[in-house]
Design a protein around this ligand. Structure first.
Ligand code: MRU
Length: 347
């Protein structure tokens, strides 16, 4: 069963506070736009699809007290939508989900505030349900590729904690396991915030999947020993030519995979493809607080005052990507053709 990462409680959002994992599982309740923005920025909820769902639900929660305010409802909607959309820049799912919510209001210009609020609530729930179904189909799209006893390396967390369902990259492992294949997942730690060790290792163990934790700098050696049959990672934004932004370090993993002759796959729903940009050079890359590197989880690990560069994501050029596991099936090169078909809805 997928993890209950995020849910709508009728008047507020409930989500697992992922900053507390794996040491304790604590749910938080969100009722306002500033609370949701803080939760997204602090990575209490994170992962591209999950922050899209969170923003849509956060918008509904924040608008609830304004349901009787015919004058101000649409102004508040515009204001909260803009603020939520800007909470993090790289994952396109965030602005996509908020854009979809805005579109509901645009399509119903004369609807009363209370009715429009209910319509927005339905839309946020639809985004969550659709994501769950897409995760499942992503996992199924990898069936022909993943063999019995396959060693799968993944980076960061593209699992149930990053979506409303099985995840994207990890959906491939969960579906393989359901099919009776005893896959072996290698999770790298994913410095600096350790989504691999804190989250991926935790959720795979909860799901009964064989997982081995390695440090990021052990990836090359693990590949050289022949442990890895394929790499599967998630994505935060995929440009029209297939260039893919994902957690910092993904690009390095892709280069190592190429050197070792290991196929490198990206797993993502269609909501992560951004056809409005031609290639990866235009993907905005979030930079994070230097303290996340110099004071990882509290303890100083660098000299005070050192200069720090802390991009949260990098871009893997499409030429390193063997294929995309998507809710529309496995997409392979040439991406000009396969991604154009996805865009046109005819893959
Ligand atoms: O900074 P994070 O933890 O939000 O980064 C998450 C990732 O990079 C994931 O791989 C990506 O969002 C895909 S999640 C299905």
């Amino acid at each position: 069963m997928p993890i209950d990462t995020i849910s709508w409680q009728g008047d507020h959002v409930r989500m697992i506070d992922q900053t507390r994992l794996p040491n304790e599982r604590v749910d938080i309740e969100i009722r306002t736009a500033p609370e949701m923005i803080e939760a997204i920025r602090a990575l209490r909820i994170r992962g591209a699809p999950a922050i899209g769902i969170a923003a849509a639900m956060g918008l509904v929660a924040a608008l609830r007290p304004h349901r009787d305010d015919e004058e101000g409802f649409r102004d508040r909607l515009g204001e909260y939508a803009a603020d939520l959309s800007a909470a993090r820049p790289t994952a396109v799912n965030l602005s996509w989900a908020i854009g979809r919510m805005r579109e509901v209001a645009r399509r119903h210009p004369d609807m009363a505030a209370a009715a429009l609020w209910e319509r927005l609530e339905q839309e946020a729930l639809a985004i969550l349900e659709e994501d769950r179904a897409m995760c499942r189909r992503i996992g199924e799209s990898a069936r022909g590729v993943i063999r019995e006893r396959a060693g799968i390396l993944t980076h960061c967390n593209a699992g149930g904690l990053a979506t409303s369902g099985y995840g994207t990259a990890l959906a491939c492992a969960y579906v393989a396991q359901e099919d009776g294949k005893r896959v072996r997942v290698f999770a790298d730690e994913t410095r600096p915030l350790l989504q691999g060790s804190r989250l991926t290792a935790w959720e795979l163990m909860e799901g009964g999947v064989d997982v081995t934790l390695i440090c990021d700098d052990m990836t090359a050696a693990t590949m050289a020993r022949g442990e890895i049959d394929l790499v599967i990672v998630g994505a935060d934004r995929i440009a029209a030519n297939g260039d893919t932004a994902n957690k910092i370090g993904t690009y390095g993993v892709a280069i190592l995979a190429r050197e070792h002759g290991i196929p490198f796959y990206v797993a993502a729903p269609r909501t992560t493809f951004d056809f409005s940009i031609a290639d990866g050079r235009s993907i905005p890359i979030e930079e994070r607080d230097p303290a996340e590197i110099t004071h990882g989880f509290g303890t100083p690990t660098a000299p005070a005052g050192v200069k720090v560069f802390s991009p949260a994501f990098d871009v893997t050029p499409a030429r390193y990507i063997t294929g995309f596991f998507t809710d529309a099936g496995l997409l392979t090169p040439p991406y000009e053709t396969s991604l154009r078909k996805l865009r046109n809805g005819t893959p």
